[in-house]
Design a protein around this ligand. Structure first.
Ligand code: SAH
Length: 218
């Protein structure tokens, strides 16, 4: 049956939380969000067994749902506070966006693949995450109409830091972006000190699907 959350699934989520915690995630609110969100809804039925392993997994259109630990790690770096306006680049399955909503954020998310955008938009509404504002478009350009944002999270691997996104970040805001030249990216946290100064911190290495320019109309 579609969208059925059993005790077994809840038990599996408890175990997943323990794994994520053992890898160094200490933010209790993030752990609670992982415990609450039925991650198996975000994968195709045939793969729901994989939902509670701490691995990335292929979804539609050659994209992936990020590994739970990676979602938790990026979210922790973002230091989310209730009511903050957050822009996510790379909606994918919608799981990261759901985690941000559980932390009380107002979430805007952009996906560049039309089919995936449509599927996830419908799905998020079906499972009750209807406050997430989903957009089809090129994340490089951000959402100038809704800027500025308190926080910006990029969930695809970038080889440059989009200037347009930095412009749309509030002073004092944080942007988290996997960035670098090769396949393996540095997790970079940028803090916008003022209009001219950005503080940059490096937080380990991660693999991501590529951050691409333009959109795909299918
Ligand atoms: N946050 C997602 C992970 C998605 S994988 C989740 O929780 O499941 C990265 C996603 O970024 C892919 O769906 C890919 O299509 C998308 N993407 C890559 N470049 C993009 C761009 N320029 N604008 C918007 N989305 C982009």
């Amino acid at each position: 049956m579609k969208y059925f959350d059993s005790y077994r699934h809840k038990g599996l989520r408890k175990k997943l939380v323990e794994i994520v915690k053992s890898k160094g995630i200490s933010d209790e609110k993030i752990l609670q969000a992982i415990l609450k969100i039925p991650r198996h809804y975000f994968l195709d039925d045939a793969f729901s067994e994989w939902a509670y392993k701490d691995v990335a997994f292929p979804i539609d259109a050659d994209q992936t749902i990020s590994q739970p630990y990676t979602v938790a790690f990026q979210t922790q770096l973002l230091d989310v506070k209730p009511k903050e306006k957050i822009l996510e680049i790379g909606t994918g399955s919608g799981y990261q966006a759901a985690v941000l909503v559980e932390l009380g954020a107002k979430v805007y998310t952009i996906e560049r693949q039309k089919k995936l955008f449509e599927k996830t938009n419908k799905f998020l509404n079906e499972i009750g995450y209807n406050t997430i504002r989903t957009f089809f478009g090129d994340g490089y350009l951000g959402l100038p109409r809704f800027a500025p944002f308190d926080k910006i999270i990029i969930t695809a691997g970038a080889s440059e830091i989009p200037k347009e996104l930095l412009k749309q970040l509030k002073v004092g805001g944080i942007m988290v972006i996997p960035y670098g030249n090769g396949d393996v990216k540095d997790m970079i946290k940028l803090v916008k000190i003022d209009e001219k100064n950005i503080r940059r911190e490096k937080h380990g290495k991660f693999r991501f699907v590529p951050f691409k320019t333009g959109v795909e109309d299918k």
